[in-house]
Design a protein around this ligand. Structure first.
Ligand SMILES: [Zn+2]
Length: 446
């Protein structure tokens, strides 16, 4: 069968499996992948991290001490659909229409699961002998933190997961006609809780009262207006690869003029300004607040949970110091701490792989073969987190988010489809991505 038919067949089955996380129940799609591989005579190992939470590993042994490569971790869990009626097609049917496959999870990230699985099977079929180990790793639970997926595998089977290089989700977007992104790093997550104490008293007599909600409101105002220090070390290689003129580049690369440049850019393209800003600073977004018990009581307590994303190298100490600075003379009334673990508050630092490496050079040459010699790869650090961080932390793996989109959808459109409505992938993207992966593996391990 043609690669494309096999890829769409796998995707349709996985979309219909509805591995919505929570609870996940990923074993269904893990069995889909296992059966597909076994139809090629490939044995894979299944790991059950909890009932119905499945993970899969298949290995093609390489000899010698050549660096190893993993396809994946590729996750089969998907996020829920809020309102099925908003979709143009039903989200769990696996509809193929007008050269596009639709469905929840199609883009995040079942198309990569399917492309990587089929490429692995085809290489096996043709008797490919990798110089270093080639691994295929399909996982559960990326959408809820990876503790039943990638993180669990690394904790419980480190020797099996250890790998020098890997290719996983994100990247491959076209920005401009001749540029495609790859993701070599991601920001950290430092969710923070600010708590405020006041004094409860009668709401009918507020003169000089110590109102915790009022303190919180002032604090929210200050932290949302605060400008954390800027750092352009991640931005510079990005705008250079974008081919931006030297003057603009110099102004954007300078922390004193960057703010002004982002301001200007936001008037033309808000999305670009928002994204570039994430690459240059710790971001602070106060998103959930609570305070007060009853309308006739001056509140004695209030708190706000703040979504904080850090650059690589910034730790919790740095984050708290920034909050103290932002709060100024309000600081004595505020308790600053990490958000509780049960709401996902565990800190994980920003992390990056080598921006330039033998694998990146191969990725670029493969894109040129497929899309034309004028293509360049643009190095990007993503504001959100994936399973990549576990591998960087455990083994120092060079992790890259990479696939090849066909360019028919804009980067903004693609971004909106992650966890969004009408999630879909053009079949042309499946062709390019699978051919791309095939060539990358052949060049890297052949
Ligand atoms: Zn994903």
């Amino acid at each position: 069968m043609e690669m494309l038919d096999e890829i769409t067949g796998l995707m349709q089955e996985m979309i219909r499996n509805k591995c919505i996380n929570p609870p996940g129940n990923e074993m269904k799609s893990i069995r889909t992948v296992e059966q597909f591989l076994s139809s090629y005579g490939i044995e894979s190992e299944i790991f059950e991290s909890a009932p119905d939470r499945g993970n899969l590993l298949a290995v093609m042994e390489g000899g010698g001490d050549h660096p190893s490569l993993m396809l994946g971790p590729a996750h089969v869990d998907v996020v829920p659909v809020e309102n099925e009626k908003d979709w143009l097609v039903p989200p769990f049917d696996g509809t193929i229409k007008d050269g596009v496959i639709w469905g929840r999870g199609s883009l995040d990230m079942l198309y990569i699961v399917a492309c990587q699985t089929v490429v692995f099977a085809k290489l096996h079929q043709e008797g490919f002998k990798p110089k270093g180990n080639l691994k295929l790793c399909i996982v559960a639970d990326e959408e809820s933190g990876g503790n039943y997926g990638a993180n669990w595998l690394i904790q419980n089977h480190p020797e099996k997961m250890k790998v020098d290089y890997l290719i996983t989700e994100a990247g491959g977007d076209h920005i401009g006609p001749h540029r495609i992104t790859y993701v070599y790093g991601e920001k950290g997550k430092a969710w923070t809780r600010l708590s405020f104490r006041g004094e409860e008293s009668h709401g009918s007599a507020p003169f000089k009262s110590k109102n915790a909600v009022v303190k919180m409101a002032k604090a929210i105002q200050r932290i949302s207006e605060y400008q954390p220090p800027r750092n352009t070390s991640l931005l510079k290689p990005f705008i250079k690869a974008m081919g931006i003129g030297t003057v603009t580049r110099a102004l954007m690369g300078n922390t004193r003029t960057l703010g002004f440049m982002l301001e200007q850019l936001s008037k033309r393209s808000m999305g670009d300004a928002v994204f570039l800003n994430t690459m240059t600073q710790m971001t602070i977004s106060p998103n959930v607040c609570e305070g007060g018990a009853k309308i006739n009581i001056v509140p004695g307590q209030a708190m706000v949970d703040v979504d904080v994303r850090t650059l690589p190298g910034q730790d919790m100490e740095y984050v708290f110091a920034q909050f103290r600075k932002a709060l100024g003379n309000l600081v004595d009334d505020v308790k600053i701490e990490g958000a509780p673990v049960d709401i996902g508050g565990r800190f994980h630092p920003g992390n990056i792989s080598e921006m330039e490496s033998p694998l990146v050079r191969i990725m670029e040459s493969v894109v040129r073969n497929l899309r034309g010699q004028e293509m360049t790869l643009v190095p990007m650090v993503s504001p959100g987190a994936t399973d990549s961080r576990f591998f960087r932390r455990a083994f120092g793996t060079n992790v890259y988010g990479f696939s090849i989109h066909d360019g028919s959808l804009g980067t903004g459109e693609i971004m909106a489809m992650f966890h969004g409505t009408d999630e879909r992938v053009p079949l042309e993207t499946l062709e390019l991505t699978s051919k791309g992966y095939m060539e990358i593996v052949r060049k890297f391990l052949g």
